[in-house]
Write a protein that binds this ligand. Structure first.
Ligand SMILES: [Zn+2]
Length: 164
């Protein structure tokens, strides 16, 4: 499948292949300054499925990840928009639309990194289908490396509103 028919400057897809295996909070600049509270909240955003609408794209060799995160349990509020740029062993850019997100160190960014980390740990090759957001939990057919084993990936979002 050597399809060379693609735009080399801007590739948007759900492929997690470009996400480094080692993605972790340590990718954040000055990651040691992230508070325990933000780490705990971020982990919660990941496990509770607050992080959704992940989009991965590759622009000139850099991997860009856009995502959204619900503000709270009240999913009527418009979610925060997150954006990170992954370089060599670190994030070259990260921001979030929340008040604390200007320095790229908010709990939502932590949640996004945790989500990516979780997907990599599950050997997912692409982001689970989040486009058909319904209230019914879906079984994610993600291409795991060993196709004989069922993939344990869960949908990232169980959003109540249809995705845009
Ligand atoms: Zn934030």
């Amino acid at each position: 499948m050597a399809a060379q028919h693609r735009n080399p400057t801007n590739i948007t897809n759900d492929s997690l292949e470009k996400i480094p295996e080692t993605i972790a909070i340590s990718y954040l600049p000055e990651s040691e300054s992230v508070s325990k509270k933000a780490l705990a909240k971020g982990l919660n955003y990941f496990t509770q499925g607050y992080i959704h609408d992940l989009r991965i794209s590759e622009v000139n060799g850099a991997v860009l990840v856009d995502a959204r995160c619900w503000r709270s349990m009240r999913k009527n509020d418009s979610p925060h928009s997150l954006h990170i740029e992954i370089g060599q062993q670190k994030l070259t850019e990260s921001y979030c639309t929340c008040n604390a997100g200007l320095n790229g160190h908010c709990s939502h960014i932590v949640g996004l990194i945790k989500s990516l980390q979780g997907l990599k740990l599950h050997n997912c090759s692409r982001v689970p289908d989040q486009q058909s957001c319904t209230s019914i939990p879906q079984t994610v057919a993600c291409a795991s490396r060993d196709k004989n084993k069922p993939c344990t990936c869960k949908p990232l979002g169980s959003c109540k509103t249809p995705g845009k």
